[in-house]
Design a protein. Structure first.
Length: 72
């Protein structure tokens, strides 16, 4: 699972390539981006999907959950 992902950052791209080259299909397609709302949510004792359901982080975590449920 790729988290704190920033496609503008060369390190994120290198880590993704290495993970996919090494682990192949074991790496989920969904990438959870670096997102301030994800970092803020614990301060309010809430999961990000409740704290800010429309944030990029929330959307990515919901997509990841769907991918986990339907991955065969």
């Amino acid at each position: 699972m790729l988290t704190l992902y920033d496609g503008r950052n060369r390190l994120s791209l290198m880590v993704e390539k290495d993970a996919r080259d090494t682990l192949g299909e074991l790496v989920f397609k969904t990438k959870v981006p670096r997102n301030v709302r994800v970092s803020e949510a614990p301060s309010f004792a809430l999961p990000v999907v409740e704290y800010d359901p429309m944030s990029k982080g929330s959307i990515a975590y919901r997509a990841l959950a769907q991918e986990i449920v339907y991955k065969t």
